[in-house]
Design a protein around this ligand. Sequence first.
Ligand code: 5FU
Length: 276
Amino acid sequence: MVTKTKTYAQRAKDHPNTAAKQLLETIDRKKSNLCVSVDVTRKANFLAIIDLVGPFVCLVKTHIDIIEDFDHDLIEQLQVLSKKHDFLIFEDRKFADIGNTVSLQYSSGVHKIASWSHITNAHPVPGPSIITGLASVGKSLGRGLLLLAEMSTKGSLAVGSYTEDAVKMARAHKDFVMGFIAQQRMDGVGAEGGSGTEEEDFLILTPGVGLDVKGDGMGQQYRTPREVIVESGCDVIIVGRGVYGNPNALDVDGVRRQAERYMKEGWKAYLERIGE
Ligand code: 5FU
């Protein structure tokens, strides 16, 4: 598979999708393929964690709808931190409705996701119209979309022909779909004759990553950065609680230490993958 052994820098140079290119460039510049998922419910905690992990990440993942004291200032501060620490923003919205509805959910409402989030994602379950609906808002802004081809949870239904069809949908919309949330590379999936095409370069962003535990007792399943990057050929590790621990008792040094630890593990795994 072409993309598995190519460097992030080589891939950045040729990538046709603006958000994918920006992400690959950021990964290469910061030598970090770590995305931290900041799943906390208070604005102050949210911003504090992002400021702590900022130096170690290429991407910050949000669930903006869980923040109880959300306001516009939060977005402004998030954007300031994104510039200060040089990372992109990924709102893990998991859109799943008809084209017209998702275009409104993406552009409007309280959160106006498209105006600040470089990357977002969608379930392929409604079919291709979910992509065109989101693209009608995000494409001209240079945003990128990830399709959820697989999930990290025990018993996930996103397997087999569902995953294959997700990849086919993405191939038909390469101008906006930059990659997948998945547990492995998708190069050969759903393609005639076995492997993906030379010119195709979908990024694989992978949640369910942890170094110290194997699950969370609520269906989540964790693998190590090495399993994810080397064995499964994924591109970005997404880590939440493994980095910030208990958000109600933030250990400032601990958060920094863990972010650096995951960053180093992720990068070491990447170097092993490309044979350096
Ligand atoms: F699509 C997915 C998935 O398959 N698994 C996930 O865990 C998304 N996630 C998200 O990654 C989930 O919503 C959390 O925001 C994050 C994982 O957090 P953790 O604390 O590392 O388990």
